[in-house]
Design a protein around this ligand. Structure first.
Ligand code: ZN
Length: 497
């Protein structure tokens, strides 16, 4: 049995109960599972001979859970795909997939671990389509990348409804394309597997060690039959579900036009939503949507950096949380510095969701830290994830205490507020997943970091504005501009009076 004691000048066991921070504390671990927390002197006497991690000067806290990402170590902007709303980006995403996702996944995992993220949700959107066998190959490589990295992970398999028209590859669209550009665009047309083929994938991936979830892609346009079949399959086989929901105003407008009701109300009526469903983005919600989602018990995954970068707006996460809906945080491989910095994401979430005005309800720092830890634990469905209590996975972060030591220990300032405001990614020193130390002195040590980075860049497409890409992007922009979609944002930028 492997026995370890992680010691810290300050040990935080849960962000929901910040008063439980233990001075000169420790976490006792057996075979990667937390057994006990308490004063270091007590635990070291009780468990002599344990390996000690940490020098007793640091802050020890639960590892972060990134509740929504896509396994892009080489980020889309690095691949040359501009930050645009998904409707425009889809052209680049389809062409910009890594040739071999293995190295890309290793790179994002190394970066996330260096940012204190110990568990991650990978949603494999599979923009490339093609025969199901190629998707299966890709997923095996994805799972292997995560397994080899050491990070705790879950993989969501994305299923496309083959009845949904591809907006820029159908015959009507292609008919208007000049003949010299058409062959390039036609090459992007690849078959979409049937739902039956998709549903065979979990069986094929059973030995890959991944916790699997399911996603219906483009839920705003999926048929009721397609959604119901996925829901039944998830129930029968115990899969959780993650989906993108109302990320852009166009998704909202199209669902209203097509089904005469909001996507949230439609999904609730179809009994698709439940506590095992997490919904990423949720930017274009109304009060009615918030109430409809609340009744289902579903979780909202907030992605503040991504929503800002892709110009999708500010999600009403303050009102969502106030309604009692569970919230988690995701980076979506689009953090504002492109570096998977969860501490920054927490800071951003807390500040953006605190509206102006004296007496307004604000998001507290411990709430934002809770979203980034236990909130994500609910999305992955791993008991005890995001906290350090008996039975929890030993997933934790050790940082320098110096940025907050005087404020917290001498002046008694609020610990969560101090961590959010003053601790930086560069203060992270060691990161442990299941008892295994994967980051030392702030650097990933689970593999050859330089080799991973080099191979990830070498196995990734660099996206260029070919004639076909330029034309399709222009047509998409024209098409959406002509729609004059005007939906009132929940949050406004400034006063107009
Ligand atoms: Zn996403």
């Amino acid at each position: 049995m492997v026995r370890q004691i992680v010691r810290g000048r300050l040990v935080v066991t849960r962000w929901a109960a910040v008063d439980r921070a233990i001075e000169d504390g420790a976490v006792y671990i057996e075979d990667g599972i937390v057994q006990e927390t308490g004063p270091f002197t007590t635990l070291s006497q009780r468990h002599p001979g344990s390996e000690t991690v940490g020098d007793g000067t640091q802050l020890v806290m639960p590892g972060f859970v990134n509740a929504h990402s896509h396994g892009r170590g080489v980020t889309t902007l690095r691949q040359g795909i501009p930050d645009d709303p998904g409707e425009v980006r889809s052209v680049g995403l389809r062409l910009g997939l890594s040739v071999d996702p293995y190295w890309d996944v290793l790179l994002t995992s190394a970066r996330q671990l260096e940012g204190g993220i110990t568990a991650t949700m990978h949603l494999d959107t599979n923009y490339g389509y093609g025969p199901v066998a190629s998707y299966e190959d890709r997923l095996h490589r994805v799972c292997r990348g995560y397994t080899d990295s050491g990070i705790r992970f879950s993989v969501t398999l994305a299923f496309r409804d083959p009845t949904i028209d591809d907006p820029y590859l159908d015959e009507r669209f292609l008919a208007g394309v000049p003949s010299d550009v058409r062959p390039e665009i036609e090459k992007w047309r690849r078959p979409i597997p049937s739902l039956e083929e998709y549903l065979g994938l979990p069986g094929e991936l059973a030995d890959d060690g991944a916790l699997l979830q399911l996603e219906p892609v483009g839920v705003e346009a999926c048929s009721g039959e397609f959604l119901s079949r996925i829901r039944r399959e998830a129930d029968a086989r115990g899969f959780r579900i993650q989906l993108h929901l109302l990320e852009t105003p166009y998704q909202k407008a199209h669902a209203l036009k097509r089904f005469g009701k909001s996507s949230v109300e439609r999904l609730a009526e179809l009994k698709f939503l439940g506590p095992d469903v997490s919904c990423a983005h949720c930017v274009w919600f109304t009060e009615r949507d918030i109430e409809a989602l609340r009744r289902t018990g579903a979780v909202v995954v907030h992605n503040p950096s991504s929503n800002l970068r892709l110009r999708n707006g500010l999600a009403p996460v303050g009102p969502i949380a106030a309604a009692g809906i569970p919230v988690a945080l995701g980076i979506d491989n689009l953090s504002i510095n492109d570096n998977e910095d969860m501490l920054q994401e927490v800071r951003l979430a807390q500040l953006l969701q605190s509206p102006p005005g004296i007496g307004q309800a604000t998001i507290t720092p411990e709430t934002a830290l809770f979203w980034a830890t236990e909130g994500g634990g609910q999305v992955l469905g791993i008991p005890g994830l995001g906290r350090l209590e008996k039975g929890s996975p030993a997933d934790l972060v050790l940082t320098r205490l110096a940025p907050i030591e005087t404020s917290v220990l001498r002046h008694g300032q609020d610990l969560a507020a101090s961590v959010v405001q003053w601790v930086r990614q560069t203060d992270i020193q060691e990161v442990m997943v299941g008892g295994r130390v994967l980051v030392r002195a702030g650097r990933y040590v689970g593999g050859n970091r330089d080799e991973i980075e080099r191979n990830a860049y070498e196995s990734t497409h660099q996206w260029t504005l070919t004639p076909g890409v330029s034309l399709v992007r222009r047509k998409i922009v024209e098409r959406y501009s002509a729609e004059h979609v005007t939906v009132e944002p929940y949050y406004r930028f400034h006063s107009r009076s």
